[in-house]
Structure formats: C-alpha cells, structure tokens
Design a protein around this ligand. Structure first.
Ligand code: X8Z
Ligand code: ZN
Length: 687
C-alpha cells in the first residue's frame, strides 16, 4: 500500500508529527496544555453524550418501526453525528496527546484520534460513507430463487416435497417451505429468498447436497460480483484515512484499539494453542459427514467443502449436531418444552435474566428498561429482529430489542443481552469515551461468560428447568460439550482468518483477493469451496462484517476471553469442579469480580483488567481456560479419531485448483508476465 497523504490534508497538517515510540501512532499537534485539553474533553463529553442520545433514539425508532417516515430523521441525525465526529477530530488533533500530563485526558484524546476516519477530506469522507451504505444495501437486498423452482419453467420439478418427507424441523417450528411455483407467477414474487431466515434455514436443516450447493453458490452470485469494485475503492479510501491519521494502513489503525505493540503475534500465538483441539473436532466431524454424503462430496482425509457445515460461512457448525451427535440415544439438553410447559413468556425470561445478575449482587435494570424495551415481535409493525442491547448515553435509558420466543436458545440470548445492559450500568459514571469494553472484545466476552453459566446443566437444574431422568451423565455431558464445541471451537479458525485476510488486503492491495480468501480458508479452517472460484467472484463479500466495515478479530478474542473470564468467576465463586459444570448464580464474590471487570469500562487497558481479574497472575488473553473447558470432549475425540491416519487435512492439487487457476485480472496477468519477462532478461544478463 502506498503512503501518499491527500494533498489537502497534507498541507493543513504539515506541522504534525508521527509518534511511533509507544502505542501512539496517530497524528498529533503541538498543544501540550493539560488545562485546555481537559476543558476540550469536558465539552466533548457533554456534546458527545447528547449527540449519541439523539442518534441512538432515532435509530431505535427506525429499527422498531421500519418506515420511510422514521428513516429520514435517522439519516439526518447520522449526518450530524458524522459532522460532530469530524469537528472533534480536528480539535483533538491540535493537542500533543503524548505530552498532556493528565493520564485520563491523554487516554481520551487518544481514543478520539485513533478510531476516526475524520482525517479524510470532506468529499472522500462522504464518498466512503456512501460506499459503505451502498454495500450494505446491496447485501441486505440480496435475494435468490428457490431451488429448482426457476420461474417460468413449469417442467422443473419442485424439491420441497423431498424435505417434507424427511420431516426436517427447527427447534419448535416446522421447516419453512416456500411459496410453490405457479405458472402465472412473476419472477420477483418467487425469487425472494433472503439470507435471513430462508437461506440460513436451508443451510442449517436441508441434508440434500445439491440444494445446499445451490443456495451456497447463488447467494454468493447475488453479493460478491456487485460488491467487488466498490470494496476495492473502499480499501483505497480507508487506507488513505489511516495514512492521513498517521498509521501505515487501515489494518494498523484497526489494531491500535488493542494497545499491544505485538498484537498480530499475540493473536497468532493464541490461535496456535487451539489448533490441536480444532483438528480433533474437524477430523471427527469430517468422518460423520463422509458417512452422510459419501465420496462424491468429500475425501476421507481432505478438507471439508464449505456448504456441508450448516452455515453460509462454515463458521458455526451447531446445526449439524444431528449428524455428529456423540450419543444419539442420550438426550441433547433442550429445556424448551419444559419452559413451554411452565408457561414461560418473554417477560418472564427477562425477569429471570435480571434475577441472575441481581442474585450475584449486581444492578437491577431501571424502570425505563421495562417501559422502553421491545421484548417480543410486535404484531403490526415491521421491525429488525436481530437481538441487541442499547445504551442511550444519558445514564437513564437502556433497552433491549429482541423478538423473543419461548425457547432455550432465546433464554440464553436473553441472559447475553442483559449482560450487555449490566455492563452499560456498571460503567455509566465513566466519561462517554470510556463507556465501552476495555478493548473491542470485552463486551461480547463478558456477555458470553455469563451465559456459559446459564447453558449449564447444573444451573438449569437449580432454576427448575431440567431434571436428569436417569440418563448416563457422561453421555449427556459429552453431547452437551459437542454442542458447545460446534458453536465455539469450530468458530475459532474462521473468526481468526477474517481479519488476517482483511489486513492482508489493506497491506498488500486488492489483487487476487478471492484466491487469498480461499487460501486462508483452507489453511486455517480446512475448508474448500464446493465449486471453482475465480477473481470474478468475491466471496469475502458474502460476509456482512467485511462489506459493512466492522472489524472481526474481536469475535475471535471474545471467544477465547469468555472462557478465561468464566474460569475466574468460577474460582471467585469457590467452584473447583469441572469447568463446564460451574454455575456462578447467587455468588456475590463472582458478582464483585464481574463488577471489577465492567466498572472501569475502557478507562483502563485490557491488560490492566486481565491482571485484576486474575489477581496478578497474567495480563494476557489466554486460551488455557477454553482448552480446559473442552478437555473431556477432547479426550473423547482422541479416542474416536485413534484409527484415523490423519488428524487434520491433506491438501491435494485438486483442492488448490478450485481457486488457484482463477482468472486473474488483466493487471495481475500483465504483472506476472512482466516479472517473468524481467527474470528472463536478468538470466540473460547474469549468466
Ligand atoms: O455479528 C454478530 C452479532 C452481533 S455482535 C449478530 N456475531 C458474529 C457473526 O455473526 O459473525 C455474533 C457471533 C459472531
Ligand atoms: Zn452481544
């Protein structure tokens, strides 16, 4: 990536220096007056909280009642917020943050400077925002036709009857069948399957290989090619913003939030420690898939084709539990029917989640929460149903939006979202810039750590939702750990590789982006595309977080950290047994520790918080707790895999050919031909 700075900004900020000695990469000015800096930050805090309240409220109104009437004010508030962000950055950049004497003021200035795209000139800043909005729009409106139900072709047989005969069901919903084809229908009326829920449900529940392939491929056709050029321009712009702000590229800017000079090496070290566990799981799952789909679909020692793992990105394998269940005769714990029998409602589930936290001595949610939240899908309105927890930045208003159904899955999700609210309540007294997790991984990690206790059989027994009906406890717990591993362990290489790819693109440029994506999918996940891919495809574009400009490494770290936090909570609660059987419910000591983790928000670094949390033992994120949690399953997997010639995967030339003989772009071809030509000349010259 080049290091050219936009001329306009270059002239304006000619007197800024680039600080690289400590963690301060960003551009800084010359003002070292702490008093002035603190005055600026006080004003910033007041205005930023007000701005945040207005934007959040406008967004809330829109997502809980999607109308054009509600879209406009939201867009207006977002535009004002961008303006405010740019203005604040320009003021903040006048200070030499490294020499402001007050450490908290220094930290707040750093946060304004590090995260912003405000260093772009006005036209490019608007272009970038527009580009991201367009990419999201393309992604969100992607639709595909139902499998084999091509419109206007009455001769093609329908496939859904196959599924009905095989009786696929969701947790407590019947398998969704789609509008059957009729000869008079219009294309748009029937080609209306979206990622969520229709396509995702097919990938999760269909076991017809050709149908899985169809939706896998077609969703990518409706996203990648339309996004590719826009993404290339996006890379140019975010890199330019990063360089203007004093970073080498946008990847370095993204990583700065982790305050770790050797961040890439640290993350890789963590990843390497979980590889053996992942390979055991992978090998066992591949054998079961081979038994189901046979050698037409995969090799017994090869990588797994990406469409067979129950998820569009092969990132979470929990939907194929039916194919890989260790002890099919023992039950897989699901307390949904018990919840229904006991007359649970969404409200009762939220009250139960609140009580989980208050039982540990943590805060109850304020009355505004119960008045303002959307706890179930409203009848008449169009809403965005993805569960989320909201902080309105006024220290009063906190809400959750969730289309809660009475299922165990949603009970866990309710505790997860309530943990986010608890985090907001705990750091409410911090300045606006510190009302966040200690680093981008913390919020998710802490929320998931709390839910590890809820998933737990011991906890479900304590709250009266599960009775062990004389099943073999070992079989039940291995089944349970398998469900957890399909969600957490299977996810790790994916969560690791997404930003490896993104940082590579930011660093090396946009040539061969798709080939690189698949090289990394194969190297880290052991997954290959089910059909050949070329540079005309843009498969990273099938993942929302890529095109919507959201970092991803936080999910990798959060998954590791959640077990580390959970283990510390369990120690605090005085529970020394198996980690997957620990329940911190009603432990005031665990509650105090959770509060110590949450209350500082991001006013302290992640390493400081980890040091406090582990009582000085370490200040680093470590996967040891995760490995310990899954130890009983790992031992079981080792026995299952003992006859396997290879734990892991062999890569064949055919695997590589799926994406290596991609039609490289004209520029790459020209470049590689030129290099070949130059090397030939060099040979002639030197020999
Ligand atoms: O993006 C999400 C949540 C919002 S924080 C819906 N997740 C990641 C993903 O979908 O890839 C949750 C799990 C990982
Ligand atoms: Zn969350």
């Amino acid at each position: 990536m080049g290091t050219k700075v936009a001329t306009t900004l270059c002239l304006c900020f000619a007197f800024y220096t680039r600080h690289v000695k400590t963690q301060e990469y960003y551009r800084m000015g010359t003002n070292t007056n702490s008093g002035e800096a603190m005055q600026f930050l006080r004003e910033y805090d007041r205005e930023a909280s007000g701005m945040c309240y207005r934007v959040t409220m406008a967004q809330w109104k829109f997502v809980t009642n999607i109308t054009e009437h509600n879209r406009r004010p939201m867009m207006d508030e977002l535009a004002l917020s961008s303006k405010f962000e740019r203005l604040s950055w320009r003021k903040a950049v006048a200070y030499d943050a490294s020499r402001v004497s007050d450490p908290l003021a220094r930290r707040q200035l750093t946060k304004i400077l590090q995260s912003s795209r405000a260093s772009l000139p006005d036209d490019k800043f608007s272009e970038l925002q527009q580009l991201i909005a367009e990419m999201k729009e393309i992604y969100n409106s992607a639709k595909i036709c139902p499998y084999r139900q091509k419109p206007f072709d009455p001769h093609i047989p329908r496939v859904y009857s196959d599924l009905t005969n095989q009786g696929y069901t969701l947790a407590n919903q019947p398998y969704q069948h789609y509008q059957p084809y009729t000869e008079t229908s219009e294309y748009s009326q029937y080609c209306n399957m979206q990622l969520d829920p229709e396509i995702s449900r097919i990938l999760a529940h269909s076991r017809i290989e050709s149908e899985l392939l169809y939706v896998w491929k077609n969703f990518r056709e409706q996203t990648g090619p339309k996004l590719r050029n826009r993404y290339m321009r996006y890379v140019q712009l975010v890199n330019q913003a990063a360089v203007n702000a004093g970073f080498r590229d946008a990847g370095e800017q993204m990583r700065a939030a982790y305050e770790d000079q050797s961040f890439r090496a640290s993350v890789e070290e963590v990843y390497n420690q979980v590889v053996p566990l992942y390979k055991q799981l992978f090998t066992y799952v591949r054998r079961r898939l081979f038994q189901r789909y046979g050698d037409a679909a995969l090799r017994p020692d090869g990588p797994i084709p990406a469409h067979l793992l129950g998820n569009m990105w092969a990132q979470n394998w929990k939907s194929i539990m039916d194919l890989v269940m260790p002890f099919p005769q023992s039950p897989n714990v699901d307390v949904t029917s018990e919840m229904l029998r006991k007359g649970f409602t969404p409200l009762r589930m939220f009250q139960m989640a609140e009580e989980f936290y208050t039982s540990m001595g943590l805060k109850p949610v304020p009355p505004e929460f119960w008045r303002g939240s959307m706890l179930a899908r409203p009848q008449q309105l169009s809403v965005q149903c993805t569960a989320s927890a909201w902080d309105f930045c006024n220290r009063i208003d906190y809400r959750i939006k969730q289309c809660t159904e009475v299922t165990m899955q949603d009970l866990v999700s309710t505790h997860h979202e309530m943990a986010h609210i608890q985090y907001y309540l705990q750091y409410a007294d911090q300045p606006q810039l510190f009302r966040d997790g200690a680093n981008p991984a913390f919020h998710e990690a802490v929320a998931n750590a709390a839910t590890l206790s809820v998933y737990n059989l011991v906890h479900l027994q304590r709250v009266g939702l599960y009775q062990n009906k004389s099943n073999d406890p070992y079989e039940v717990s291995i089944n349970f750990l398998m469900t957890m591993a399909l969600e957490k362990v299977a996810y790790l290489p994916f969560a690791f590789m997404v930003d490896q790819w993104r940082w590579w693109v930011f660093e090396e440029g946009v040539e061969n982006m798709n080939k690189r994506w698949w090289q990394m999918k194969l190297r880290y996940q052991g997954v290959i595309p089910p059909v050949p891919r070329t540079e005309g495809d843009f498969d990273p574009g099938s993942k929302y977080h890529i095109i919507s400009d959201q970092e991803y490494i936080k999910y990798f770290l959060a998954t590791i950290l959640e077990f580390q936090v959970f283990e510390q909570l369990c120690h605090a609660a005085g529970q020394g047994g198996l980690l997957h059987e620990c329940d911190v419910y009603r432990s005031r000591d665990a509650g105090r520790l959770l509060s110590d983790i949450m209350q500082p928000g991001s006013s302290k670094s992640a390493s400081d918080i980890i040091r406090t949390m582990t009582r000085g033992k370490t200040n680093r994120i470590s996967p040891e707790a995760l490995v310990r949690y899954f130890r009983p399953l790992e031992l079981w997997l080792r026995v299952q895999n003992r006859e396997e010639p290879l734990v892991g995967w062999n890569t064949s030339p055919r695997d590589l050919a799926l994406f290596s003989h991609s039609t490289d772009s004209a520029t790459t071809q020209l470049l590689s031909h030129s290099l070949l030509y130059l090397s030939l000349i060099a040979n002639v010259m030197f020999y």
